[in-house]
Design a protein around this ligand. Structure first.
Ligand code: SF4
Length: 511
């Protein structure tokens, strides 16, 4: 393989609703890609266009806020600044996991192709990630050459190998989508097998990420971070055993023939996690954010990991996903009781913050949309809130209101549920309107209506621009969209404490 090709793995500028927080990108996916490329001796860099290069002025990147015609605020590097960086590379790879940022991925791809035209040498533009996979038709008809359908770390090496031969023949690669004229060509992940340990994946390149810039900004993708902490992300497992219909990966779990093991539950070995923590500590990281979809799914394994995770001066946050039923265990009579030993173990290895996805007080809603993953009628949530507070973990709760067939009464019950849990000890609560993201079963449900699908296909960006949990729902709901938008805002203002609200509002994209 030619080692002369230069690869830029990048995340584009972002757009947010005026009511939302501006955050840097910095997801772990791109760091895994850079790690995989470097392990093969390929020159690869990472660019987070929300914060730019270390030499860029932060006012010209993260604090460069531009109001857009679609009503959102764009923040990050300008198009011309990105073009200057792109000119140094042969391949640009983006990782697209948020539907609402689709427009900015297409912008980056367009800039890359313009740069290639100007300099007279091709730039291959590829993408991966759950949104790119689900929106592959849109990506491939807007400047992207290849979409990785499998986990990108293996596929990107094969793509670069083929590209380096100069003949642009990608037909032998499993797990990609390409374009042939107007036709999308799918090359399934037929040979991919489900594995329990992901032995072959190289370490994510933490050192390629602008960790100092992230520390300076101090706004992680969720939760609250004490000022001055240097943070990064870690993954001990991938996938999830549950099947929430609103989950971005819910459709993919039914497409194993095409996509392979993406979305199903797999684990890194204990030793691998140990080495990853070592690497983060060596870079001066003192807060690690778990990016597991469901950290608690295997309590025995997490208990074995605890001494590996525990380090002097290192703390952890889990704001990404934690299935609450695992905080209980059965007593001898078969009753659910709080697993205090497990909770003490979490605090013992340094877990300082946990975002708890309570979702709804309506058990029918939980059953229908959230795989029945937690049932507050049989597992008392007040008891876990108290137990987590007792060991000093900062806890906030997420609640979803406005499912397409949910009544206003049900929404009010969830609001009261949030209030009761705050009284029991929750530090903060947040409310979200479920969004049928492309790739989810909920999206497929609304697309059953052929007129809706036609409208979506005509102008997908008009939809994805507003795929935000605080935005007016794009598809019909029993409670009006306007009422839901007001509710998420008003409930949040009414129930949370002033210092928390002030801190969050100071991070607003308009502030
Ligand atoms: S628990 Fe979370 S990761 Fe798992 S299916 Fe539900 S939303 Fe997805």
């Amino acid at each position: 393989m030619s080692k002369n090709l230069k690869v830029l793995v990048m995340e584009p500028a972002n757009q947010q609703l005026p009511t939302d927080t501006a955050r840097p990108n910095g997801a772990l996916g791109p760091a895994f890609l850079v790690g995989a490329l470097r392990a093969q001796g390929i020159e690869a860099d990472y660019l987070d266009a929300t914060v730019g290069l270390p030499s860029d002025l932060i006012e010209e990147t993260f604090y460069n806020r531009v109001e857009q015609e679609n009503g959102t605020i764009r923040y990050g590097m300008s198009a011309s600044a990105m073009a200057k960086v792109f000119a140094n590379y042969d391949i640009i790879a983006t990782s697209s996991i948020f539907s609402a940022q689709t427009r900015l991925h297409l912008e980056a791809a367009r800039i890359a192709k313009e740069v290639a035209d100007q300099r007279g040498r091709e730039i291959l533009v590829i993408s991966g990630g759950v949104n790119a996979r689900a929106m592959r038709e849109v990506f491939l008809s807007n400047h992207f050459d290849i979409i990785a359908l499998a986990e990108g770390e293996k596929v990107i090496i094969q793509i670069i190998d083929a590209f380096s031969r100069g003949n642009r023949d990608f037909s032998g690669i499993h797990g990609i989508a390409t374009r042939d004229g107007d036709r999308t060509v799918l090359q399934p992940v037929s040979s991919e097998r489900k594995t329990i340990e992901m032995k072959d994946l190289p370490f994510p390149a933490f050192d390629a990420m602008p960790l100092d810039r992230y520390q300076q900004i101090g706004i992680p993708h969720a939760g609250l971070l004490p000022k001055g902490m240097k943070y990064a992300a870690i993954q001990t497992s991938r996938g999830c055993q549950d099947r929430c219909t609103f989950c971005h990966i819910s459709l993919e779990k039914q497409q194993a023939d095409l996509l392979g093991a993406v979305g199903s539950l797999r684990m890194f070995s204990l030793d691998r996690v140990r080495q990853e923590v070592d690497r983060a500590v060596a870079l001066g990281v003192n807060r690690l954010y778990f990016e597991d979809d469901n950290l608690f799914f295997n309590k025995k394994r997490l208990t074995e990991l605890a001494p590996i995770l525990r380090r002097d001066g290192l703390e952890y946050s889990n704001v990404n996903g934690a299935n609450l039923r695992f905080l209980f265990k059965r007593d001898q009579q078969g009753q659910n009781i709080v697993d205090t030993e497990f909770i003490e173990m979490l605090a013992g290895f340094g877990l300082k913050e946990l975002v708890m996805p309570f979702e709804s007080r309506n058990v029918d809603i939980l059953q229908k949309y959230a795989s029945g993953k937690f049932n507050p009628d049989v597992m008392d949530p007040i008891l876990i809130v108290k137990a987590l507070k007792k060991v000093g973990i900062r806890i906030s709760g997420n609640f979803m209101i406005g499912f397409r067939d949910e009544s206003w009464d049900s929404i009010l019950r969830t609001k009261e549920y949030a209030r009761v849990l705050l009284d029991a000890g929750l530090d903060a609560v947040g409310f979200m309107i479920p969004v049928p993201y492309p790739g989810s079963l909920d999206f497929e449900a609304v697309m059953q209506n052929s007129a809706t699908r036609e409208e979506f296909n005509k102008d997908p960006l008009q939809f994805t621009d507003h795929m935000h949990w605080r935005a007016k729902p794009l598809f019909p709901t029993v409670v009006s969209g306007e009422k839901l938008v007001d509710a998420v805002q008003e409930f949040w203002l009414e129930l949370n404490q002033s210092p928390y609200k002030q801190e969050k509002l100071s991070q607003n994209v308009c502030s």
